[in-house]
Design a protein around this ligand. Structure first.
Ligand code: ADP
Ligand code: ADP
Ligand code: MG
Length: 455
């Protein structure tokens, strides 16, 4: 079952990250590229690349049959889906299995179980993991109104098939529920082809805490500690850290063991993340969802544990048992990741594709930059705007924040705008430095920042 040539079915920084992990293990790679990505760093680094179609992802990175056919044409025995795109589609995992290609991720069954957020909630509850007080499937606006009354306002209406921060709507009072329900159902139908909605109590003073897990083919499941991803814009993470500094050791132990229990209960294999919402006021935590793939923010866990998570994904998929036990996993210091997007902070953060004329990433002790960019690279307009992740490790949170500040100011990008100036404002913020934040904090900071830009 061992893996010797991997088809990299993604683009951008994660394609580069996967290729590097393969190289470190002596595994060959074939990069899938759309017509817009022929010159990409992944294409240059891989042993070869195969064009999988026109620029728009719907015509290339989202075409299961094309990807599987290209993997076969390239003589690959395994496929890495990265994150986003088809990474959480059971259909791709199944198509790989049907064609004798090792899918570097969980089984199609695990993806199906956890891909539906409502079903995942039920599985979590039956494994004894606390879920956010809320409802089952709300089928009609009227039923939603009755259920919301029971849950108690404010509530979030969530699309069972949602993801990436989309498909979540806040309803503050009974007057809004029926209209918001109709809009949410219509949007979910259009975006995800599924209009199943459920609700959760809205936790107003919350942190997003998630736990990294790894499972192998032999029933071993361990966790690699937790991350705090509370700094979000439109429910999407911008800055992530490990460990989750706000938790007491007792809560940390409980949340990590709840995650491992849940993963074990479904016989989970490969890398996955279990997301929780943590109530700052009551110190309770509740299951949100499971991401059955590698996550954007996995490097902060790598920096503090020293475990190469993508290499582990490849080894597990190749049939190797986990090389360490739970008690072998140690955490050292603190790590912070900033997502650097092609966007214009002075113009309401609108995406800013185009030619990069200068690209000088910072380096130094404990500084890591995961990116696919270089001087002269053209950022195509068709995809996610993530250019780079700056990951910084320090002895403790204060040192990591200080080094992040220095690294951000040393980052030189010309030709396009990036979110770096805003990230610097966040890192220098006094409340950020003392960790006095919640999931709403970044939006407030953003308003403050944008109004400052306009004067
Ligand atoms: P979440 O925060 O939803 O758990 P992550 O932050 O780990 O998920 O990232 C998944 C998101 O990354 C996807 O929903 C998508 O918006 C975005 N994405 C998908 N593919 C890529 C890519 N190749 N490069 C950058 N971002 C991507
Ligand atoms: P997605 O699938 O889009 O990643 P999640 O369910 O993981 O959706 O939620 C994304 C973010 O939305 C969370 O990180 C958190 O900031 C916010 N959120 C989700 N559920 C709740 C809740 N019940 N109360 C407060 N905030 C929530
Ligand atoms: Mg999520």
């Amino acid at each position: 079952m061992s893996v010797s040539r991997v088809f990299v079915a993604n683009r951008g920084e994660i394609a580069v990250r996967v290729i590097k992990a393969c190289q470190s293990l002596g595994i060959e790679t074939v990069a899938a590229v759309s017509e817009a990505d022929r010159e990409s760093l992944a294409a240059k680094m891989a042993n070869r690349s195969i064009c999988i179609g026109p620029p728009r992802s719907i015509d290339s990175y989202l075409k299961t049959a094309t990807l599987v056919a290209a993997a076969q044409a390239g003589g690959c025995d395994a496929l890495h889906p990265g994150y986003g795109f088809l990474s959480e589609r059971a259909e791709l995992a199944q198509a790989c299995a049907d064609n004798n290609i090792t899918f570097i991720g969980p089984s199609a069954d695990n993806i199906t179980q956890m891909g539906d957020k409502l079903q995942a909630r039920q599985i979590a509850a039956s494994s004894g993991v606390p879920t956010v007080p809320g409802s089952d499937h709300a089928k009609t606006p009227h039923e939603a109104a009755l259920l919301a009354e029971k849950v108690g306002y404010p509530i979030l209406l969530k699309a069972s098939a949602g993801g990436g921060g989309r498909g979540i709507k806040l309803v503050s009072n009974p007057a809004e529920i029926e209209t918001t329900f109709k809009t949410a159902a219509a949007e979910a139908r259009a975006a995800f082809g599924n209009d199943t909605l459920y609700m959760e109590r809205y936790v107003g003073n919350a942190r997003h805490i998630e736990v990294q897990v790894l499972g192998d083919h032999f029933g071993n499941v361990i966790h690699l500690g937790e991350r705090d991803c509370s700094l979000q814009r439109r429910h999407q993470k911008i800055i992530e850290e490990a460990p989750a500094y706000a938790l007491t050791p007792e809560v940390r132990a409980r949340i990590c063991s709840a995650a491992a229990t849940l993963a074990r209960s479904i016989g989970y294999r490969n890398a996955g993340t279990i997301e929780f919402i943590y109530d700052n006021d009551t110190e309770e935590f509740f299951f949100l969802e499971m991401n059955t793939r590698i996550q954007v923010e996995h490097p902060v866990t790598e920096m503090i544990t020293g475990v190469d998570l993508v290499a582990q994904q490849l080894l597990i998929a190749g049939g190797q048992p986990l090389p360490f036990k739970q008690s072998d996993v140690q955490s050292n210091g603190h790590a912070i990741e900033c997502r650097i997007n092609a966007e214009s902070p002075q113009h309401a953060f609108r995406p800013c594709p185009g030619r990069i004329t200068e690209w000088q990433a910072p380096s130094g002790d404990g500084v890591r930059v995961d990116s696919h960019c270089y001087s002269g690279y053209f950022v195509p307009p068709y995809y996610d705007s993530l250019l780079a992740k700056l990951i910084v490790h320090g002895m403790d949170r204060a040192e990591a924040a200080h080094k992040t500040k220095q690294a951000l100011s040393a980052f030189r990008v010309a030709g396009i705008d990036t979110g770096i100036p805003f990230l610097e404002a966040v890192i220098n913020d006094a409340d950020y430095r003392i960790g006095n934040v919640n999931t709403r904090w970044l939006e407030k900071k953003l308003e403050e920042y944008s109004s400052g830009q306009n004067v």
